[in-house]
Design a protein around this ligand. Structure first.
Ligand code: ADP
Ligand code: MG
Length: 803
């Protein structure tokens, strides 16, 4: 390394000279380019540590055409060069150090990416590394989830302000929004009659004064930030003050200008506005961003292969990063603000592309995993069940079942999504598949989203399996103490063949004897990341995910993009003989049930049931159903309704999924605005299952927000589940649609599946095609891409290293 070191220290001299004392000598520096290149050439003939050549190339690039640059352009270049040089020093020091002891080999077969490769990524450096970022500011940035240089670069402006043209104060016209610049000449607090005060700052330039006004302010903070004599730049809506005849602007965006604000970062251009957190000013943030862009964007490695960029007419990454953060003067302000410039699109595409590539790789990896259980024995339990079934499978059911069984006979684990409307008969299909696993000595588990549904499933499965000699058990939170311990033991011993429970089971450490298959019913939080997580628990079952919720395509591509898909697109023929009824269909009345106010809503439902029973419909039987009833009571009520002994069922949302009474034709939903669209759609789906025309009444509470009104309107407009889901997505966003924050959705930084759906489709296409062509991303031009997808999704999707 000695020789390398010599060359590096030769490079130190001009670069230290250039950057010293805030670049004081920069104008005197000559011939940097040939000098640097000469040293680099000399080094290239020496044996070098692995990542050094790439850095040397980057260094050479920073000095290209150096002498011809303006001073402003030279500064960031010189700074970059100095930074690259210090990394080169660090590398050569490390190469000299005695080799680290070899760590014991890991027990896993999965190779992990070499850590060195990751730490060489300049964008992985923590933000503290940046000039002007100490521990305090780093903590503030941390609140915005900005931990690394890469995080900063991917934190895009929320909007842009047009500060290209500064209007002299004398030329400001009332009624226009303008950018202006002036010197603070006075600060005043004006008491008002109601004991409050407003604050004014007087600005002046050579042409006229302008009053800046704040109501609700912290007067002293204003005075501190904009002291008399300070030069400021601002933007706002200009108004005319009738009393003093001056122009004024209320609550302007105002920033001070410092003497060295000559680089046109904060004004005289289209200025980016970033998300902030308390304690961080826009100006701090923008300076930091400018610094980051100038220093690191040139070090960015292009991720997308050129063919992909060309096909979608996308600018290269470096250009896109500059373009979104500090756009050129001739950019289109509206396009910037709507995030639809080519630069934005490129970043959105990249994010989607990496996501879809991650999903594609995961899909492929699952198919490359050898299954550890084999279903050599025939499905004798399934066949036995079929013999006892009171109906025949529909064509769609048979087709989907075949798809699953084919999967199960393949050499890799099954990972399939079954989509089918409520009542399409998913349960029996899943059960028949589970029985193949059980016929082969494995266990199978069925997971439901709520305890009630788990209990319903248990009842269904027990009834269906009554002729088979199998142990079917329920494990939910309500099974406690000794019986829980005993059950866990029987599961571990393999005595339980079929286990029904809630999803919570997956997060507890239930020990299985041999879990062959997991069926997950109606649970969107069981997205790609959760499924990937199973492997960490040492479970590698076949996985079926079932859903009745129509999932908008873009969402499905994000959540389930790694699954194979089966669709049950046929409802079984009506099997209940039509009841002879004089006036008599049945009706539901539904009350929302919100966790925090459970007792209150329950009270409302119970009171309503009483009221209906005695005062309104004394001639009918009215039942009450809610989650607090004991299981037997609930069953009894449900059975009474199913069998027509109850005419009106007052209920909380427990009837939402899975309940099917064809004779029920009227539903009244109280406080309908409290339900999400998907939920309303599910509820409404409970009526209109028979031949009679059904009615669903949505009874809103009193105060309706705009959003609620919009939602109820969608329900009126359409009964098409996909339309409703799509609208729900538009109104509420994916996180809300799927539940709370842990929606199971991979987190995206710039891509938005609502606004950029088209690009998601394109990215998916493109990613899957690319992986077909280069299954291991082993081609040279895909190296950076492989690294990027590993960094971004490798851990969360549990990707083994590709290649
Ligand atoms: P979902 O798809 O909503 O889970 P289920 O599996 O609960 O639907 O089935 C709804 C009802 O339809 C159940 O009562 C089930 O027994 C019945 N069913 C399922 N398949 C058929 C069929 N092929 N013919 C008649 N009834 C069926
Ligand atoms: Mg179901």
């Amino acid at each position: 390394m000695t020789d390398v070191r010599t060359h590096l220290s030769r490079l130190d001299k001009p670069l230290q000279y250039a950057t010293r004392n805030d670049f004081a000598n920069l104008s005197k520096l000559r011939e940097l380019e040939p000098f640097v290149k000469h040293q680099i050439q000399a080094m290239q003939s020496l044996p070098l540590p692995a990542s050094m050549p790439a850095l040397l190339t980057q260094l050479a690039e920073t000095v290209v055409g150096f002498d011809d640059l303006t001073l402003t352009e030279k500064r960031p270049r010189a700074q970059q060069a100095a930074q690259i040089l210090s990394r080169l020093h660090a590398l050569s020091d490390r190469a000299d150090a005695p080799p680290a002891p070899v760590p014991p080999p890991k027990p896993t077969a999965t190779p992990t990416p070499a850590p060195a490769a990751v730490s060489e990524d300049p964008l992985a450096q923590p933000v503290q590394f940046m000039r002007g970022v100490g521990p305090r500011r780093a903590a503030l940035l941390g609140k915005l989830s900005l931990h690394t240089v890469g995080d900063l670069l991917w934190c895009l402006p929320v909007r842009y302000e047009d500060r290209r043209n500064i209007t002299p104060l004398g030329m400001l016209q009332a009624g226009t929004r303008r950018t202006f610049c002036g010197t603070v000449t006075a600060f005043q607090l004006h008491p008002t009659s109601r004991g409050k005060s407003f604050a004014t700052l007087r600005l002046e330039d050579s042409s006229a004064p302008l009053t800046c006004k704040w109501f609700q302010h912290r007067g002293l903070a204003l005075q501190e930030r904009f002291p008399i004599g300070a030069r400021v730049v601002g933007n706002g809506l200009i108004a005319f003050n009738r009393y003093d005849g001056n122009r004024e602007v209320v609550h302007p965006d105002l920033e001070t200008l410092e003497a060295d604000d000559t680089e046109l970062v904060h004004f005289g251009r289209l200025v980016p506005i970033y998300p902030l957190t308390a304690g961080l000013t826009q100006k701090n943030m923008r300076s930091l961003m400018h610094n980051t862009v100038e220093t690191f964007v040139p070090l960015i490695r292009e991720t997308l292969p050129q063919s992909v960029c060309t096909a979608h007419r996308l600018p290269v990454l470096e250009q896109a990063m500059r373009g979104v953060h500090f756009p050129d003067d001739n950019s289109d302000l509206a396009a910037l603000n709507e995030q639809r410039t080519a630069f934005h699109t490129r970043l959105v595409f990249e994010e989607f592309f990496l996501l879809e590539l991650g999903l594609a790789i995961r899909h492929r990896e699952v198919r490359n995993t050898r299954r550890d259980k084999h279903y050599d024995r025939p499905n004798h339990l399934g066949d036995a069940l079929l013999k006892h079934l009171p109906f025949q499978l529909t064509v769609a059911q048979q087709r989907v079942l075949d798809e699953i069984l084919t999967d199960m006979h393949r050499p890799f684990p099954t990972n399939r999504l079954i989509q089918g409307d409520v009542g399409s008969g998913k349960t029996i299909v899943a059960l028949l598949a589970m029985l193949l696993a059980v016929s082969n000595g494995q266990q199978a588990a069925l997971m439901a989203p709520t305890e009630i549904l788990a209990e319903q499933h248990l009842a269904t499965l027990r009834a269906l399996l009554q002729h088979l000699d199998l142990e079917v058990a329920l494990l939910t939170g309500t099974v406690k103490g000794r019986s829980r311990q005993k059950l866990l033991q029987r599961i571990a011993d393999g005595e339980v063949s079929v286990l029904v429970g809630t999803h919570a089971l997956l997060y507890e450490n239930v020990q299985f004897h041999g879990l062959g298959m997991i069926v997950v019913d109606e649970q969107h939080r069981f997205g790609v990341m959760q499924r990937a997580g199973l492997r960490q628990k040492g479970l590698r079952p076949d996985v079926l995910v079932m859903t009745a919720t129509p999932i908008p395509r873009t969402l499905a591509m994000t959540l389930y993009g790694d699954l194979d898909l089966s669709i049950l697109d046929e409802l079984p023929p009506g099997r209940l003989p039509a009841k002879t009824v004089d006036k008599g269909h049945q009706a539901y009345i539904v009350y929302p049930l919100i966790e925090e106010s459970e007792s209150l809503d329950l009270g409302a439902a119970a009171a309503m049931a009483e009221h209906l029973r005695h005062a309104v419909f004394p001639e009918y039987e009215v039942g009450l159903l809610h989650g607090r009833l004991a299981a037997e009571e609930r069953d009894a009520v449900m059975r009474a309704f199913v069998e027509g002994r109850l005419h009106i069922l007052v209920s909380t949302t427990v009837i939402e999924v899975g309940v099917d009474v064809a004779n029920a034709t009227v539903m009244l939903i109280e406080n309908a605005e409290r339900f999400g669209l998907a939920q309303l759609h599910q509820l409404r789906g409970r009526v209109g299952r028979g031949t009679a025309r059904a009615t669903c009444l949505l009874l809103p509470g009193q105060k309706l927000s705009r959003e609620s009104r919009q939602r109820l309107k969608v329900m009126q407009e359409s009964t098409d589940g996909f339309y409703v889901a799509e609208q729900d997505l538009q109104i509420r966003g994916p996180g809300e649609l799927l539940g709370t924050k842990q929606s199971g959705l991979p987190e995206l930084r710039v891509g938005n599946i609502l606004h950029h759906g088209v690009w998601l489709e394109r990215a998916r296409q493109s990613a899957f095609t690319l992986l077909d062509e280069d299954p291991h991303l082993s081609r040279e031009e895909h190296r950076a891409l492989l690294q990027a997808v590993q960094t971004r999704w490798g851990r969360q999707f549990e990707l083994a290293t590709v290649g």
